[in-house]
Design a binder for this molecule. Sequence first.
Ligand code: ADP
Length: 281
Amino acid sequence: MALYWSLPVTEALKADGLRLAELKTSSTPGFTGDKKLAQELLIERGNVLSVLQEKLYANGRSGDKRSVLLVLQGMDTAGKGGIVRHVIGSVDPQGVDHAAFGVPTEEERRHHYLWRIRKQLPRGGQLGVFDRSHYEDVLVVRVHELVPHAEWEPRYDEINQFERELTHEGITLIKVAMFVSLDEQKKRLRQRLERPDKYWKFNPSDIDERAYWPAYQAAYQDMLDRTSTADAPWYVLPADHKWYARLAVTELLIDALEKLKLDWPPANFDVAEQLRRLDKS
Ligand code: ADP
């Protein structure tokens, strides 16, 4: 278990049986330190993550088909972008497959909702990151009734089946649902309106979406209850404290990568012979 954690992060954040209505979004489950320590640890553990990711990449280059996919879900301002920048930002970008899923394009709408997802799955050796995902098709789509109930309802089972296939193909899924309080969201939206360097993140419709908070809570709860599986469990991340959220995701990634038991791939050439050739060259 990582230092300064009273529980393994996978235990501290597991979704099983969790009631979102009772989630304290300012809590820091399992972590025994404070903000300052978390910020120091983020650098230290980011270095550990970086070495593990390089091993994943190196093995991928040697034909290993395994990959890791971080799925980030959360309401506007939950901090998904910060995770990408501060956690994924600590690893080598050439080993990262990042994909963000916004409102589907015309072309995407003509296909099954998993079509655009399949196209972005990480290749062997890559660390994939989904900023939003196929889960939008049981979240925003359900909340705004973009398709009828009869159409989104079967998607939970379909997604479980889809993710089972992915894990069997060697993709380790880490699904993280981030939650801030309604008050914290207001604070973050206000900041976007008060700082010119944040205007670009603001979308007037984010304010309209706040009226749908209860409907989103219900949709998120069902998502957690129905799609947290042994193959691909959900982790519920209280995200009012960015320093906690970033450290916790770093630990989740380290845990997943360590479970792959990666070694540096052996040389596929005779090292001594190559050294001799180099000396003579
Ligand atoms: P962000 O708001 O995360 O910066 P974008 O503005 O590009 O990113 O797109 C996000 C928006 O796209 C969100 O409002 C989200 O609900 C919406 N979205 C994502 N997937 C779907 C989908 N399948 N159907 C409808 N809307 C979607």
